[in-house]
Write a protein that binds this ligand. Sequence first.
Ligand SMILES: [Zn+2]
Length: 466
Amino acid sequence: MRYVYMNKKLLYLFLFILAGCNENKEVSPNVFFSGEIVNPTSDHVVLYKGDVFIDSSSLDKNRMFSFKLDSIEDGLYHFNHAPEYQYVYLEKGDSLIIRLNTVDFDESLVYSGPGEEINNFMMEIFLANEGEKGLIDRLYSVDAESFSRKIDSLEQLKLDLLNELTLESNISEKALQIAKANIVYKYATYKERYPFRHKKLSAKKEVPKLPKEFYDYRKDLTYNNKNFTYLRPYYEYMVNHFGNLSSMSCSNGCDIKDKMVKNHLHFNKHKLKLIDSLVEEKELKDNLFRNVAYDYLLKVHDTEANNKIFIEVFHALSGNNKHITEIDDLYEGIRNIQPNKRIPNIEVSNFKGEKVSLQNIAKNNKTVFYFWSGANKKHLTNMSKRVLELSEIKPNYNFVGINIRTNTDDWKALTQKAGFNYSNQYRADNFEELTKALIVYPMNKCIITENEMIVDAFGDMYRSFK
Ligand SMILES: [Zn+2]
């Protein structure tokens, strides 16, 4: 059955190409995007432009999805087949077919049909970058001049390939721009990281002295091209670039001891102000601001008073941020689990299916709440080992496991397999509510309480019990 179906597709494609040869053709405003997913990991494919949902398609019995899109904007999209995603560049008149196998998602992905050139090229670059990771990591230890030279030559190889492609096929100006940015910003990111990676590898106190032309590439880059906002290498460049700029200007102009970030509140406020002064493009600015908020609120664990100052500065600079509700929720969540506050009164289910509140579980004892999910088997194995160890060294604590994002049957089976004590295992029925209220990040995090009151909501199953 599938072959018949495929043949129809191929015939259709053939006709389409013939039609495309017609001299006075008119570009169809429609875009077709379809494909076959081998070993599907979800029953549908979702198409996005940036963070905007465009359409979703269920897989049919032949594991095919298809989108027919009317008059969409030319540009970079991405499709998601949970848990993976990849880019697709779409232009009016395109009729793309993909084939991919989830066992080797990126490596297996092939585009065919009108629009294939740019997409296969982007994929080729993506894979080349993946393959270069080890080499780049080693390169950070060489001196700045050699590093620059090597990075430039790797970049030039990709740009040469792009040149060849533009000679062989007629890809549009917009597609060309994106393909080029995909290369240029990737290599620029490595240079933005260089001083810090080099310092770390060489175990020196200060960042290396750089030749004065080291950052010359910056003058050809832009903070304000809407088409690049959701291009991963572009965004990563911006994150690293602002990290670099804030560190450099902080260590020159601000009161920082030993050129190290000691005052995280200052450093992150400084970063917000730099982004605000340099980036005009609203969406990029909003995303970068959110990145700083997450970095600071989620990772620094500063005092309640400092967090409050940060969020006030954030609102003053970016009150109309498109992610403001999400950031406010994060701030609120963190504020509610500061030391000496009562643990949030969230309900979870026990093994008998009864609802129990966290406050009830933590009543009249010393409790350590830890978290696990059925999706991460390795983490689960490590956690069960760790809980066993800790129960022996810290017998006065009650170790309580909270499962998130696993259905009830799987949860019970996995609990048994991991050798957990049933009476100390609970499952979050509403894991979104729970993860928001308890800020479950990173996965090794634990919350330590005494008689319902929080001692440390940002503990770590390994570091907190040395
Ligand atoms: Zn500063």
